[in-house]
Design a protein around this ligand. Structure first.
Ligand SMILES: Nc1nc2c(c(=O)[nH]1)N[C@H]1C(S)=C(S)[C@@H](COP(=O)(O)OP(=O)(O)OC[C@H]3O[C@@H](n4cnc5c(=O)[nH]c(N)nc54)[C@H](O)[C@@H]3O)O[C@H]1N2
Ligand SMILES: Nc1nc2c(c(=O)[nH]1)N[C@H]1C(S)=C(S)[C@@H](COP(=O)(O)OP(=O)(O)OC[C@H]3O[C@@H](n4cnc5c(=O)[nH]c(N)nc54)[C@H](O)[C@@H]3O)O[C@H]1N2
Ligand code: SF4
Ligand SMILES: [Mo]
Length: 713
């Protein structure tokens, strides 16, 4: 057959980058980027799509475990048999312990719009799949939101600004100053902000990056401000200190549109730059100069992501930064942090409500998290699985996630897997978790699925099925609908991917016919952008002026958090395991441990078996400063142990000035049986601590711990 080019969407992650797929004989031959696509980028993983789709490691058939848990002995079964087994097991759990004893965990392999829009919780601000088990009677929909991005996106933003961060964006096109704080856009998926940032810089806007590492972005910046991990809250409060003490805040905005200013101003007195220099390692002159330039900027924009989430005051530190943006009048003004316009169109959603009467796991310890997300906090699952507290959990569905590589203390999670009555894993590959599952099911890549993708700013594109599913792999949608049918509530959902498209576009902003006629995508009206929407009643559903918080103001002191018993102020807490927080331990473990900065060629635990991508970084590394390396007799490329109070794991040293002295960065992702040998044993989460968490979000402190690095002889 001749070559055929299909306008498609990259099918590796849900980023939604536009690609041209060159097919030969019905198989993907090549992936070519489309430059004028709204995403405008294709990352290195997308370019290696072919290798990923046709990897010999892909799961091909449904499997049933026949050996002991963890042995890796499975037999091939049919899909019907698999669904029947899951249904039987879930029903048995429900009969014996109640529906709440069945739990789901949706990971980074589940973020596809086509799933979230159908199986998500009622509040569309949350991006996870939390509602699938609601009709079954279980409130215990959980997932990677228990440890990723919602601390910033929801838990800090909603009580402060009255809105999720998904509803905001930095106005790079008009900005004077860009502050990138705990994010590295070149590795985001898709990495589509980089172009805008570089264009703004070319136009004359200053770029400042606050990061413990000289990241990809920091290398392109006017200024890199290195910081000790986990101390950003202190830095933000010190910037506030400089600004209020020099009367540089936006007085009119503070008076009319914020609440709690006096209390914040008083609290910030505890954070003078000379004291905060010792906490953060940011020189006092740098703090003063940055405070002044944020206040003086004619529109200061802010980009954050996960960098601040993993400390002992993650939520509050992010809040402190948002407060800083508010008091300097940088909200919803040209070049500042903009609210998206209220959209005149809605995509229809299926309404799934949490079952009444039973609280999700974790609601006793993290009530704010569970209420905002309509979800359980998965970090509390071990208590339920191992000890039956506050009630037992007996069956677990793991969908597109790798718990043993992503959560602290893999050995404890293995114990949980062994204790469960039933576990099912749905994935593209045989993960470490799958080795413990009763049933393992093969998932497609999105190249094998039919669906749609919507983009911010009003653009929608059909996700064409570019190739047939590999062997017996199924899409997440097909699997979940079949499972729902087995469990007796399939009628809630359109029965097939094609029916789902009919459902969405029957009343959506564009018609299915239009989308089919324009495979490159269709624009629609996503609302008119206006500045200072709070003055015009455009941020509240009622049409009243102000922000969508209880007081209608930006709450510097949060009434919502106070109601839940937390500090209303954006209070800073020193990381509990740190040079200042645990000086005795610091003597034994004299390096600050950070982990998980993204690598372009990998995605958390993914692609560490894909030869073309592995070539880009064959071995798991610990990044260490030349002075620290020399002190330990370590040279670039040496095999080393990274030791924490929890244990030791082998890595390879990358000696580089891109990290600060006294601090290391450890690669995350390793630890799965299909990984290339060097990565297979390198599970960084043997070094992290499941009990060390942010008290509001319950997120593990992945990025502010202690360790030492030793040469491995
Ligand atoms: N120490 C430390 N630990 C961390 C982090 C850190 O920074 N430091 N980062 C944390 C963060 S932010 C996150 S999000 C978690 C990530 O945790 P996970 O959600 O476990 O992410 P992945 O390792 O990417 O695993 C995703 C799995 O989904 C599969 N998959 C991919 N696409 C699909 C699909 O379409 N369908 C199905 N069914 N499966 C699919 C992949 O094969 C892979 O096995 O890790 C966390 N862990
Ligand atoms: N290629 C690739 N892309 C990915 C992923 C991947 O694994 N690979 N993972 C995806 C996932 S799960 C997520 S959640 C997003 C996350 O996207 P980002 O949050 O942008 O993730 P990173 O690229 O790690 O950037 C975080 C930055 O924060 C810095 N940082 C760490 N600790 C601190 C701190 O205490 N303070 C400050 N100020 N900065 C700190 C890190 O050094 C790093 O440069 O990326 C997604 N995109
Ligand atoms: S970010 Fe990379 S892997 Fe994800 S959709 Fe875009 S090109 Fe594909
Ligand atoms: Mo994440």
């Amino acid at each position: 057959m001749a070559k055929e080019t299909v306008v498609g969407i990259c099918g590796i992650c849900p980023g939604g980058c536009g690609v041209n797929v060159v097919l030969r004989d019905g198989k993907v031959e090549k992936i070519l980027p489309i430059k004028d696509h709204p995403m405008g980028v294709v990352c290195v993983r997308g370019l290696h799509s072919k290798e990923i789709i046709y990897s010999r490691d892909r799961l091909k058939y449904p499997l049933r475990r026949v050996g002991e848990k963890g042995d890796g002995k499975f037999e091939r079964i049919t899909w019907d048999d698999a669904i029947e087994s899951i249904v039987r097991a879930f029903r048995k759990t429900k009969d014996e312990y109640g529906a709440q004893a069945v739990m789901s965990y949706f990971g980074r392999g589940s973020f596809d719009t086509n799933l979230v829009d159908v199986f998500g919780a009622p509040d569309p601000t949350s991006k996870g799949v939390t509602g699938f088990l609601y009709p079954f009677g279980s409130p215990n929909g959980t997932g990677v939101s228990s440890l990723c991005s919602v601390s910033y996106n929801l838990l800090a933003a909603i009580p402060t600004l009255g809105s999720s961060m998904h509803a905001l964006y930095p106005d790079f096109a008009n900005t004077d100053l860009m502050v990138i704080w705990g994010a590295n856009p070149p590795t985001d998926s898709p990495p589509n902000k980089v172009k805008k940032i570089l264009a703004a810089r070319k136009r004359g806007a200053r770029l400042v990056v606050i990061d413990p590492m000289r990241s990809h972005m920091a290398k392109k910046a006017d200024q890199w401000i290195g910081i000790r991990p986990g101390t950003d809250g202190a830095l933000a409060l010190s910037l506030i200190n400089v600004i209020v003490n020099e009367n540089r805040h936006d007085e009119a905005f503070v008076r009319d549109w914020t609440s709690g200013f006096e209390a914040l101003r008083d609290y910030a007195q505890e954070f003078p730059p000379e004291k905060v220099e010792k906490i953060t390692r940011v020189p006092r002159e740098t703090i003063v100069a940055l405070g002044r330039s944020i206040a003086a900027a004619n529109g200061a924009s802010l980009l954050m992501y996960t960098g601040l989430e993993y400390s002992n005051s993650g939520v509050q530190s992010i809040r402190a930064v948002l407060c800083l943006w508010a008091i300097t009048g940088n909200m919803d003004v040209p070049g500042g942090l903009m609210f998206r316009p209220p959209s005149p169109v809605k995509f229809p959603r299926i309404k799934l409500d949490p079952p009444p009467g039973v609280k999700p796991i974790g609601a006793d310890k993290y009530p704010f998290f569970c209420d905002i997300l309509n979800s359980a906090q998965f970090m509390e699952a071990p208590r339920a699985i191992l000890r039956g507290e506050p009630y037992p959990v007996k069956s677990l569905l793991i969908f597109g996630a790798s718990l043993l590589t992503s959560l602290p203390d893999p050995e404890m999670w293995k114990k949980c897997f062994k204790k469960l009555d039933f576990m099912v894993v749905f994935d593209r590959f045989m993960t470490a978790d799958a080795m413990y599952a009763d049933i393992v099911l093969p998932a497609t890549t999105n190249y094998e699925n039919l669906g749609y993708q919507k983009y911010p700013g009003g653009y929608c594109q059909l996700r064409q099925r570019v190739i047939d599913p590999v062997e017996e792999a199924k899409s997440g949608y097909t699997f979940l609908v079949e499972l729902a049918e087995g469990l007796g509530y399939g009628d809630l959902f359109p029965p097939s991917e094609a029916d789902r498209l009919e459902f969405v576009f029957a009343s959506g902003p564009v018609s299915l016919a239009e989308l089919k006629a324009h495979p490159e995508g269709v624009k629609y009206d996503a609302g008119k952008q206006e500045y200072r929407k709070y003055e015009k009643g455009l941020l509240r559903k009622s049409g009243e002026t102000g922000f969508n918080t209880p007081s209608k103001k930006i709450e510097l002191v949060s009434s919502m958090l106070e109601k839940y018993g937390y500090d209303g102020l954006p209070a800073y807490v020193e990381p509990t395991e740190s040079p200042l927080g645990s000086p005795a331990l610091y003597k034994k473990y004299p390096l600050v441990f950070n982990s998980g900065a993204r690598i372009q060629s990998t995605f958390r635990s993914q692609h560490l078996n894909i030869p073309g991508l592995l070539k880009l970084q064959p071995k798991p590394q610990v990044l260490i400063h030349p002075l620290d390396a020399r002190e330990r007799g370590i040279e670039n490329g040496d095999r080393v142990w990274v030791e924490s109070p929890r244990g030791r794991v082998g890595f390879w040293a990358r000696v580089t000035g891109d990290v600060m002295t006294g601090q290391v960065e450890v690669n995350v992702g390793g630890g799965s049986p299909i990984h290339a040998a060097p990565w297979r044993e390198a599970n960084a989460n043997h070094l992290t601590d499941p009990e060390n968490r942010d008290p509001i979000s319950g997120f593990p402190v992945y990025k502010a711990l202690l360790c030492d690095v030793k040469k491995r002889h």
